[in-house]
Design a protein around this ligand. Structure first.
Ligand code: DX5
Ligand code: ZN
Length: 217
């Protein structure tokens, strides 16, 4: 299981300290939520933050683009040091070209589905991706409640990947706690994004990471 810690809930006044605490506690990836105020109502981080994280840490940077027309920004994020670069299928009219461009720039391509998007929407491009990110909340904010009806979709995507013998990883994002993590793990998710349950854990970042790991131990 790969824990991808979403800095959307980090204290940005102490971002370096927070990321170093994640490293020491055994977090695997840093998840960076890019929102443009159009595709989702919230407005967050750009390539500058990716570049900042790259200078702070050598952990893989897992960049989640929640933006309209991501094609115009892919180069910026690749150059800033993104390791994986995931785009929302709902925002990509030319998804084939988008995914090929991400790979050609040296990043691992991922495709993201919002809760209302069926698994069938990505069937034609599954062979092009390294990651399938199933949103388990509506994209836009951390701290939202997990949507349980996304679980059958995780299972369905696991089967679709097996059928084409793809090694792509299934990632989940939104409302992950020590209660919901066993459910998504059982359904087939192996990359787990969490913001609130790590950065806002009452006993601190290390306790948050430990509690998540123990829930599927
Ligand atoms: C939501 C973002 C998530 C968010 C998760 O749109 O994509 O990555 O940070 O936050 P939690 O873990 O608090 O649900
Ligand atoms: Zn995210």
């Amino acid at each position: 299981m790969i824990l991808s810690t979403s800095i959307l809930s980090a204290d940005f006044a102490h971002l370096g300290d927070e990321i170093h605490a994640v490293e020491q506690a055994g977090g695997d990836w840093i998840h960076i939520d890019v929102m443009d105020g159009h595709f989702v109502p919230n407005l967050t981080m750009g390539p500058f933050i990716v570049d900042t994280c790259r200078r702070i840490s050598s952990l893989p940077l897992d960049v989640h683009l929640m933006v309209d027309n991501p094609d115009r920004m892919i180069d910026w994020f690749a150059e800033a040091g993104a390791s994986t670069l995931s785009v929302q299928i709902e925002a990509c009219p030319n998804i084939y070209r988008t995914l090929e461009k991400i790979r050609s720039l040296g990043c691992r391509p991922g495709i993201v589905l919002s809760p209302g998007t069926p698994a069938a929407a990505i069937s034609q491009v599954l062979h092009l991706v390294d990651l399938v990110l199933v949103m388990t909340v509506n994209p836009g904010y951390s701290g939202q409640a997990f949507i349980p009806s996304t679980l059958p979709k995780i299972n369905q995507i696991r089967q679709m990947l097996a059928e084409i013998q793809s090694q792509a990883l299934i990632e989940v994002d939104g409302g992950i706690t020590s209660q919901t993590l066993p459910l998504v793990y059982q359904a087939g998710a192996r990359v787990i994004v969490a913001a609130t349950s790590i950065f806002k854990h009452p006993a601190g970042i290390a306790a948050g990471i430990a509690e998540l790991r123990e829930s599927v131990a």
